[in-house]
Design a protein around this ligand. Structure first.
Ligand code: PML
Ligand code: MG
Length: 246
């Protein structure tokens, strides 16, 4: 699903909301409704364009364990941004790449997908401009997510679920070094840095309340085939699953 205001995204509309689920055929009506609800009651505004698309998944669905989770409590945006930079460096992203990637963000304030940033060349490599790359075909069944949330004393929040599913899928690719993300929703200021080694590191403040500029950067290294990386992000189906349940 993608929803925008003042026309479709491709005609300059403001991005309101996006979402994806994996559903059985029998559950499609409920699933489409969840996406509809998400877009119709959004803090970024009311959409006047929405596209909901469903397609059969013919490939087997890969199961991934959720990344480990930690919360870094900070007292200000400055403290949060410093923590994010430190975590990125710890994950293996050179400082110069971090600075260059931040400059790309400023250039595209209306980004709807992720920027792919190559740490070897220090360049953005996806050529998708403000569209970016939208990760799709991923989900986590609610009963299993809720068990996980209760176990780790996390809120049973769909936002946390969706972000952790995405971060788990992205970091599972061997070329991904780290991800940096914060929301474009004005009332949500917690973001994260994620990587295979660090897990999902939440940072409680990465922007000011009211700010509608979000961020999603995937730092990659040693990528031999950009189109197969993008294909993995957009098309390869994955389920996050915690514990022994099947
Ligand atoms: C988003 O809402 O677009 C991203 C939210 C990232 C942080 C979620 C969390 O762990 O609180
Ligand atoms: Mg959003």
């Amino acid at each position: 699903m993608r929803a925008s205001q003042n026309g479709p995204h491709e005609k300059g509309g403001k991005h309101i909301s996006g979402g994806e689920h994996i559903s059985t055929y029998d559950n499609l009506k409920t699933t489409v409704n969840v996406l509809l609800e998400k877009a119709l009651s959004h803090s970024r505004g009311n959409p006047d364009f929405m596209k909901i698309q469903f397609e059969t998944i013919a490939q087997p669905i890969k199961r991934l364990k959720p990344l480990s989770i930690d919360t870094n409590v900070v007292g200000s945006v400055e403290e949060g941004q410093t923590a994010a930079r430190n975590l990125l460096v710890k994950a293996g992203v050179p400082t110069e790449s971090i600075e260059k990637a931040y400059k790309e963000l400023v250039e595209y304030s209306e980004l709807r997908g992720a920027i792919l940033f190559d740490i070897g060349s220090g360049l953005r490599i996806d050529a998708r401009k403000e569209k970016g790359v939208r990760v799709s075909r991923m989900d986590w069944l609610n009963p299993n997510f809720e068990k996980w949330a209760d176990h780790y004393k996390m809120p049973r929040s769909q936002r946390v679920k969706e972000a952790l599913v995405l971060a788990t899928k992205v970091s599972a690719h061997p070329a991904t070094v780290a991800e940096l993300c914060w929301s474009d929703d004005p009332e949500y200021i917690t973001g994260y840095v994620a990587s295979k080694g660090l897990g999902y590191q939440r940072i409680t403040q990465l922007k000011e309340y009211g700010d509608e500029c979000g961020c999603r950067i995937f730092f990659v290294d040693g990528l031999s085939d950009l189109s197969s990386y993008i294909d993995y992000l957009e098309k390869r189906p994955i389920f996050v699953q915690w514990g022994e349940e099947c």
